[in-house]
Design a binder for this molecule. Structure first.
Ligand code: 2HG
Ligand code: ZN
Length: 465
């Protein structure tokens, strides 16, 4: 794109979007130009801030006429660099932040309809105000926006009970790469009429279209919640605890998280809350919720059995909502603490749940052999088979090598190199290495059908052709 074409496009966008609709000053666009971890700095031509779906559609049309690439962005909390522009100065970031309305909450039909720029926490609060639960939840929920949560098919802390974001989207409105709007905002629990096209856009990271609004599934809000932190001798004991919790608490389990001792040390070292239990190599955070009154007793039974079997060496069950929030603060503080600690090479992997102890042992051995001195900080959603196997490495240990070592072990266990964070820019090369050629070819055909000019978030997920 020539500088004149870019300038002309910026002028057209400004005219269409009006005051407040377009950012061009370097200081204004700076926060949109780089990801949260500061790994992928870019330089956009401008940041478009459409206020409604019609404006999004016009932005897409104007960009397409000019041949400009579009980079959709929500709360910019992603960990894979999927929502930031490249350094060409020609890409248009489309921030959905102004489209932040909650259009409807239906506590009877258990749905909530929100626009893409609605902050996840705001949507959760609106559901709670109607005594309902919006189950998608994770540490960045105070900034992440519904559109980005859907575009990345975010996982989070309650997947073990409620599934990934995909399982919580009933209807979707999207703007396609040609500027047409597809309105599928149906609030139906069952809808099996033809292709379920919305699934294409959920998790496509803005490479197939722009999510502008969604109907989300709500659930009953359990009256009782039991949150427990247990110190466990090793991951095998944590796995036995998972089975015990399944047997005793069954469908009440809404989180089952494995946390390394190192994770909690990092949280304490970087200003986070202190671990209420003694030092241990591993911890498990379990949360169960139910409206049936026997929950607390059942949770106490699980803790007592675990201690008796020596699958836990210590444990605490929160006595109040405040104490439960304190336990969660430990878990949710890990990412920030890790960022403050220095260089962390992230891996967001999944393996079959029962293979987690063996995976952790094998990955530990591989690191020790091939990258001496590198430390693994492993934590994550054990109940989903999803471990954040983050490696605190020396500057001279190349990230690519570390990725290859860890992902090699993941392959050996039949796992995935991205369980919940997506591909973005960070994992493009690894996706192509680890998925079968026929899967990549199929994905490219979908991309070519929906974005023949390659203008939607180019370079993300599948990389550049
Ligand atoms: C979490 O589980 C997030 O807290 C972030 O998915 C994980 O920082 C990470 O690697
Ligand atoms: Zn996670």
């Amino acid at each position: 794109m020539s500088p004149e074409t870019t300038q002309d496009l910026v002028a057209r966008l400004a005219a269409r979007l009006g005051p407040g609709g377009l950012l061009t000053d370097a200081s204004d666009v700076a926060p949109f130009a780089i990801d949260w971890r500061h790994l992928f700095p870019g330089r956009p031509a401008c940041v478009a801030r459409p206020a409604n779906t019609a404006e999004v559609a016009d932005v897409v049309r104007l960009c397409r006429e000019a041949g400009a690439a579009i980079v959709p962005q929500g709360g910019n909390t992603g960990l894979a660099g999927g929502a930031v522009p490249d350094g060409s100065g020609t890409q248009v970031v489309v921030s959905l932040a102004r489209m932040n309305a909650i259009r409807a909450v239906d506590p009877v039909g258990l749905t909530l309809t929100a626009e893409a720029g609605c902050v996840l926490k705001t949507a959760q609060d609106a559901a709670a105000a109607a005594n309902r639960l919006l189950p998608v939840s994770f540490a960045a929920e105070g900034s992440a926006m519904v559109g980005g949560v859907i575009a990345t098919n975010a996982g989070g802390l309650n997947v073990v009970r409620y599934g990934m974001t995909r399982a919580n989207v009933l209807g979707l409105e999207v703007v396609l790469g040609d500027g047409s709007v597809v309105d599928g905002l149906r609030a139906l629990r069952k809808d099996n009429a033809g292709y379920d096209w919305k699934q294409l856009f959920i998790g496509s990271e803005g490479t197939l279209g722009l999510v502008t609004a969604a109907v989300l599934r709500l659930a009953a809000r359990p009256r009782h919640v039991a949150t427990a932190l247990l110190a466990v001798p090793d991951p095998a004991a944590a796995l036995r605890l998972f089975t015990l919790a399944q047997d005793e608490l069954g469908d009440a389990i809404q989180a089952f998280e494995l946390i390394s001792g190192l994770s909690l040390d990092l949280v304490a070292r970087h200003g986070g809350p202190r671990n209420p239990l003694g030092p241990a190599d591993w911890y498990v955070l379990i949360e169960a919720a139910s409206s049936l009154p026997a929950l607390r007793e059942a949770a106490e039974g699980v803790l007592a059995t675990a201690l008796e079997r020596e699958d836990a060496v210590d444990g605490v069950i929160a006595e109040s909502g405040q104490q439960a929030a304190g336990l969660w603060a430990l878990r949710e503080g890990i990412t920030e603490a890790e960022a403050k600690e220095g260089r962390g090479v992230k891996h967001d992997v999944s393996v079959p749940i029962a293979a987690i102890p063996d995976f952790l042992a094998a990955a530990g051995r591989a690191l020790a052999e091939q990258l001496p001195g590198a430390r693994a900080n492993a934590f994550g959603h054990m109940g989903d088979g999803n471990i954040h196997y983050n490696v605190l490495a020396a500057p001279d240990q190349p990230g690519e090598t570390i990725n290859h070592v860890v992902h090699g072990v993941v392959d050996a266990f039949g796992g995935s190199i991205s369980a919940e964070h997506g591909i973005g820019q960070y994992r493009v090369a690894e996706l192509v290495r680890h998925r079968r050629p026929a899967e990549i070819a199929l994905a490219r055909r979908v991309k070519a059908a929906l974005d023949p000019e390659g203008l939607l978030n180019p370079g993300k997920v599948l990389g550049r052709e």
